[in-house]
Design a protein around this ligand. Structure first.
Ligand code: NDP
Length: 333
């Protein structure tokens, strides 16, 4: 069997370009003892991968130029030399950015009975959904009824964060990059108020949407969003620092929020987190999210690019707002 895979051709500077990637075809070895061979059905592109394209120390090591990229993927087992894996099993792995692979079974997670189509395990039922869950309930210690602001609210993490807050009885304000996204948030996901941030009037929109101030800010964007939220926090509010996508392609040092000093007088907590810091909440997340999804209480959308050759475009699209909900690359049926 052969598989196309996407490699990093050179390290992007600023906004990534399709020329930073290349597609190569390789042979996929037959599985040996303890191994399985998998054909990927779909793969994830995620903003954190931009950081891995830079050669610097971080919580995950950088991608190497000339090597296949990696990332979340859902696939089907097509051959197994492991007693617990059978042909047809649906598995989650970190072997994305390729059509097929062979790996030790220990590097895979079998999904078992599915509560939703497989791609949902890259979004609402997967890492982004868990990020939303632990960010709100763990990092931000959300309490029922508090007023919440979510930026990047129409994305994979943000759309779930807003809905979890709504389920906890919290009025939720969201920011997103287009009128269509804003309509989805207020008309379908139950956000109390949402706005397109492109007019630059962030603080004005926050005052309109949450006149009494914010108890919790779930920050996916950083920069001007963080600064505006700081101006509008209530005493002892909490800010979950989840991401700062407005800065990921910066080529110059980015200034911090000019008003960070407000955190002192207001007694704010700003807590950065990585989803894996809360691995102890994984079982809680799976139980709650599966129940919410089955009951139709959490909704989601996907933006799907077809074919491995379009994976770089899907990745770049994260930085232009091309996705509503989770960005997915479909690789096979
Ligand atoms: P999304 O599905 O939200 O996709 C990215 C979105 O970001 C785009 O659709 C776009 O939406 C928005 N965006 C892009 N550039 C800008 C910009 N300059 N200013 C404002 N918004 C911008 O991605 P995810 O849900 O996967 O990730 C959301 C955030 O969460 C990211 O910052 C990511 O790094 C972080 N994250 C953190 C994790 C953790 O463990 N801490 C785990 C997973 C994600 P729009 O049209 O609204 O601009």
């Amino acid at each position: 069997m052969q598989s196309a895979q996407v490699r990093l051709k050179r390290r992007p500077v600023g906004m990534p370009s399709p020329d930073d990637f290349e597609v190569a075809t390789v042979d996929v070895p037959e599985p040996g003892a303890g191994e399985v061979q998998v054909v990927n059905l779909c793969m994830s592109v995620d903003p954190y991968m931009r950081g891995r394209m830079v050669d610097r120390k971080s919580y995950v090591p950088p991608f190497q130029v000339g090597e296949a990229l990696t990332g979340g993927a859902i696939g089907r087992v097509v051959a197994s030399v492991h007693p617990e894996y059978r042909e047809g099993d649906i598995v989650e792995s970190h072997f994305g950015w390729r059509q097929a692979f062979t790996a030790p079974a220990g590097q895979l997670t079998r999904l078992g009975e599915l509560a939703a189509p497989p791609s949902a395990y890259l979004g609402v039922l997967g890492m982004p959904g868990m990020t939303a869950y632990v960010g709100l309930l763990g990092a931000a210690s959300l309490k029922d009824g508090e007023t919440v602001f979510v930026s990047g609210a129409a994305g994979a993490v943000g759309s779930v964060a807003g809905q979890i807050a709504r389920l906890k009885g919290c009025p939720v304000v969201g920011s997103a990059g287009s009128a269509g996204k804003v309509a989805w948030l207020t008309e379908e996901l139950g956000f109390q108020h949402a706005f397109d941030y492109h007019d630059g009037n962030l603080l004005g929109h926050l005052r309109d949407g949450a006149p009494g101030g914010l108890d919790v800010y779930f920050d996916n964007v950083g920069g001007a969003h963080l600064e505006a939220a700081l101006f509008h926090m209530r005493p002892f509010g909490r800010i979950a620092l989840c991401g700062a996508i407005s800065q990921y392609n910066a080529t110059e040092p980015v200034p911090g929020p000019s008003n960070l000093v407000m955190a002192i007088g207001l007694g704010l907590t700003l807590r950065g987190f990585i989803v894996s810091h809360f691995d102890h909440l994984k079982d809680d997340f799976r139980r709650d999210m599966t129940a919410w999804v089955k009951a139709g209480e959490i909704r989601w959308q996907e933006t799907v690019y077809d074919g491995i050759e379009h994976a770089p475009d899907a990745f770049i699209g994260l930085f232009t707002g091309a996705n509503v909900g989770k960005m997915i690359v479909r690789l096979a049926d």
